[in-house]
Design a protein around this ligand. Structure first.
Ligand SMILES: [Zn+2]
Length: 503
């Protein structure tokens, strides 16, 4: 294995009157080099004598650009901040920011000035492909917090005065990836029945609709646990749409923009009968099943008809260490789902676990036995007995885990209450009910995952303190530290038992 050879380059800093301070040779070995873009080239250029300093302020630096032409740049570097210019990239440093390298092409592409990004439409007015290949800085101003760059060889229609500028905080994290699932603050927290029985999140309709802070707290819970409840909803069929559109646009389907679950004779769908409806997710036969579902209860005077929920991510986690072979089976073998009637023919297939091996995380679970189609063929186009046995064993284990007392959260929705849940994570079911003794009517709606990811990000941005405080994880931490304090007082080691609680 090769060890990277140490290399040397010069750091340009303020205070050129004393030559001994103006040139600081810095030694970089091993991983430190990973921060530098094209580090070998950078070191190569920096060690060449082309790098020259004009002692007049602002400092003028000559360097070789990407076309191997000589380029000149003036520097205005303040305080303890430092800038290093290389053929293709600059490295910024300061006491607070540390060192970080930025390629010129990347920085030019990142310009957010009003000419580059329309302030109203927020649309970009240039294409990445428009950036000339030998673009380089003509003037750089850096004070450790804010960077300003003027360009030579800019995109042709740009004036010389075009200045790109950024706060370092923005440079560090220029976009919010709403799809990131492995960050500390977005990771779905697994819950079991004990947790949900104790801490299910409720919000009143009025707070949900009118109080932005309490709404943000509810969204925080929904983002982490995938299940919340709204209460005190006015008695109206219109309400489910109001609840849904507070989060995002309604997701339409052949059931309509909103739909009703009422018992009807000769129902096409088992949801419209009074039979037991086992754990499932909705619209798995579609290419883009809805990310979130609302069920608003308008009538529920029948005997029975309780709603059941379970966290399929938690069941999958348990499977991954209790039955790793079965877990693998469900990440590989696909199940098909279909909805076939006179005017609709829908079909799709998925593995039960959409597991991202690169980040070792569950993205989605796809599970809906009531709509399962004939089994799609395996990779070689044939079904085998052993393949079927393996699949059946894995599904049996998964079902057992989902339906275990430690998983299932059960409640009977009352009129004026609504469940909101993540359709691709939390499975839902309904107990059988007796139609003779009363009526049962739920109004439902869907909202796409993208809309909710956006809503979560907006809530986090507008209410950062609430977003942190309402995080169920914060609750767990404080619960743990209380327990820890109590345990300390009693000189016991009981703290660990909190971890054993299903979550
Ligand atoms: Zn610009």
């Amino acid at each position: 294995m090769h060890r990277p050879r140490p290399s040397y380059f010069f750091r340009l800093a303020r205070g050129f009157s004393a030559p001994s301070r103006s040139f600081v040779a810095t030694r970089h070995v091993g991983n430190a080099m990973a921060n530098l873009v094209d580090a070998a080239k950078a070191a190569d250029i920096a060690s060449k004598p082309e790098l020259s300093i004009n002692p007049e302020l602002p400092q003028k630096v000559s360097f070789t650009n990407s076309s191997d032409n000589g380029a000149e740049c003036t520097l205005d570097v303040q305080g303890e901040a430092g800038v290093e210019l290389y053929r293709d990239a600059m490295t910024l440093s300061s006491e607070t920011t540390g060192r970080r390298s930025f390629p010129y092409h990347y920085l030019r592409d990142l310009c957010r000035c009003p000419k580059c990004v329309d302030p109203h439409s927020k649309q970009r007015s240039f294409r990445t492909s428009d950036i000339p290949k030998d673009i380089a800085p003509r003037h750089v101003k850096w004070d450790g917090e804010r960077l300003e760059v003027q360009w030579s060889q800019d995109i042709p229609e740009y004036p010389d005065s075009h200045t790109s500028s950024w706060d370092y905080q923005y440079l560090k994290r220029p976009f919010i990836n709403t799809h990131a699932i492995k960050t500390k603050s977005t990771y779905p927290l697994r819950w079991g029945s004990v947790w949900m029985q104790r801490r299910q999140h409720w919000i009143s309709y009025q707070d949900y609709m009118e109080n932005d802070v309490k709404f943000a707290a509810a969204m925080r819970n929904l983002s982490r646990m995938g299940l919340i409840f709204v209460k005190n909803i006015p008695e109206s069929r219109e309400m489910v749409e109001k609840l849904a559109t507070r989060m995002g646009p309604l997701r339409n389907s052949f059931y309509g923009p909103t739909w009703d679950v009422r018992t009807v004779p000769e129902a096409k769908n088992v949801a419209y009968t009074n039979q037991f409806l086992g754990f499932h997710m909705d619209l798995m036969y579609m290419n883009e099943p809805p990310g979130y579902q609302l069920l608003h209860c308008l009538e529920n005077s029948c005997e029975g008809g309780e709603s059941l929920f379970a966290d399929a991510f938690r069941a999958a986690d348990i499977m991954s260490y209790e039955h790793p072979r079965d877990f693998q089976t469900l990440t590989r073998h696909q199940l098909g789902y279909e909805y076939i009637h006179d005017d609709q023919i829908y079909y799709n297939h998925w593995p039960v676990f959409d597991y991202d091996r690169k980040i070792n995380s569950m993205r989605r679970v796809n599970y809906s036995p009531p709509f399962q189609s004939p089994l799609p063929p395996y990779s070689n186009g044939e079904h085998t007995h052993s393949g079927f046995v393996a699949l059946k064993r894995a599904l049996t284990n998964f079902t057992r885990l989902l339906e275990s007392d430690l998983s299932v959260f059960e409640l009977k929705l009352n009129p004026g209450e609504c469940a909101i849940f993540a359709n691709r994570r939390v499975v839902h079911a309904r107990r059988q009910f007796n139609m003779t003794g009363g009526s049962r009517w739920l109004a439902g709606a869907y909202v796409d995952e993208d809309a909710l990811l956006s809503r979560f990000a907006v809530c986090q941005k507008k209410h950062p303190i609430t977003w942190r405080a309402a995080d169920p994880m914060a609750d767990i931490h404080s619960h743990r530290s209380q327990k820890a304090n109590a345990a300390q007082a009693e000189k016991t080691v009981e703290v660990e038992s909190v971890d054993a609680q299903p979550l």
